[in-house]
Design a protein around this ligand. Structure first.
Ligand SMILES: NC(=O)c1ccc[n+]([C@@H]2O[C@H](COP(=O)([O-])OP(=O)(O)OC[C@H]3O[C@@H](n4cnc5c(N)ncnc54)[C@H](O)[C@@H]3O)[C@@H](O)[C@H]2O)c1
Length: 287
């Protein structure tokens, strides 16, 4: 039980990787507040957790993370119901604005940033206030994305908002470090969730299985495992990190071996050393 006596709030906890993390944290002994916009899935998540034996340790609060008073009420619920706050997972998200840059409206930009970036800022602001007052430290985990790390990994506005989440996590880690409040981001790769599968789970699983070096698709519990590490004392000295959980997708980078198959080490029939323009000969062995 790595989270015994810990109190956690998970935004976007009614679905996908947030829900997987709710279930993992409960299993590890935490009390969990599921904070989500969607009342139907939020209520169902609590009912399922109650049926699994966690009654009294889990509850749902309808929350819009883009509204400051809703964030305050969500965190106050954790304090009133369970006695404090140790872990805050700012994870709620939407795809937000899509389509060409030249057609993107300011209101679509605002909605996307309100949910993805302002939501994280508000969670950090009010979560840190409670954690500082308690004086026992804490762990804040923010869901960013590989989309925040490069171009062409997500819609333009979404990617910009996720880059902001990575930056918020680093600045927050520096400011809150002296209070033993750690702040880290998780950058998921392609994870099969209702957000990503567009209602076609089977096709998405198949496509995502081929999307990165790891020969299977990303699952919500892959993210839950990383969140558990960052929530628990196992990561006591880890702060200001943006941990990529993507099955090697970003490590593959320019995909040289796919674009220039001759340079693929995996399927190569030769081994040895090349010496460039030195005028010395390469030494190559056939395998
Ligand atoms: N699935 C992926 O491949 C992937 C990859 C990288 C990052 N992410 C990020 O992971 C996080 C979780 O996404 P998911 O894939 O599990 O999606 P999901 O749709 O399964 O879950 C997201 C949850 O957030 C909730 N939510 C949306 N707007 C909200 C708001 N304003 N206030 C409160 N709750 C709100 C939704 O109701 C939903 O329950 C998001 O931040 C997303 O951007 C997802």
């Amino acid at each position: 039980m790595r989270l015994k006596n810990k109190i956690a709030v998970i935004t976007g906890g009614a679905s996908g990787m947030g829900l997987a993390t709710v279930n993992r944290f409960l299993k590890e002994g935490a009390c969990v507040v599921i904070a989500d916009f969607n009342v139907t899935t939020g209520t169902a998540a609590v009912e399922a957790a109650n049926a699994a034996g966690y009654a009294g340790k889990v509850s749902f609060v309808r929350t819009d993370v883009a509204r400051e008073e809703a964030i305050e009420a969500m965190l106050q619920h954790a304090v009133d119901q369970y006695g404090g706050l140790d872990i805050l997972f700012n994870n709620a998200g939407v795809g937000g604005a899509i389509g060409p840059l030249t057609e993107t409206s300011v209101s679509d930009w605002d909605y996307t940033f309100d949910v993805l970036a302002k939501g994280v800022f508000l969670g950090m602001k009010h979560g840190a206030r409670i954690m500082k007052a308690q004086g026992r430290g804490g762990s804040i985990i923010n869901t960013a994305s590989i989309a925040g790390l490069s171009g062409d990994a997500g819609p333009l506005v979404y990617s910009a908002a996720k880059a902001a989440v990575i930056s918020l996590s680093k600045s927050g880690a520096v400011e809150l470090g002296a209070d033993k409040i750690r702040v880290n981001a998780i950058c998921p790769g392609f994870i099969v969730t209702p957000l990503a599968d567009g209602g076609n789970e089977a096709a998405t699983k198949s496509a995502f299985s081929r999307a990165q070096p790891w020969p299977d698709y990303g699952r919500g519990d892959h993210i839950a495992g990383a969140a558990l590490f960052l929530a628990s004392d196992d990561s006591e000295f880890v702060s200001g990190e943006a941990i990529v959980v993507d099955g090697g997708l970003t490590a593959a980078g320019p995909e040289l071996s796919r674009k220039f198959p001759k340079s693929s080490a995996r399927d190569s029939k030769v081994s040895g050393i090349t010496k460039g323009s030195t005028g010395e000969s390469a030494e190559i062995r056939r395998l």
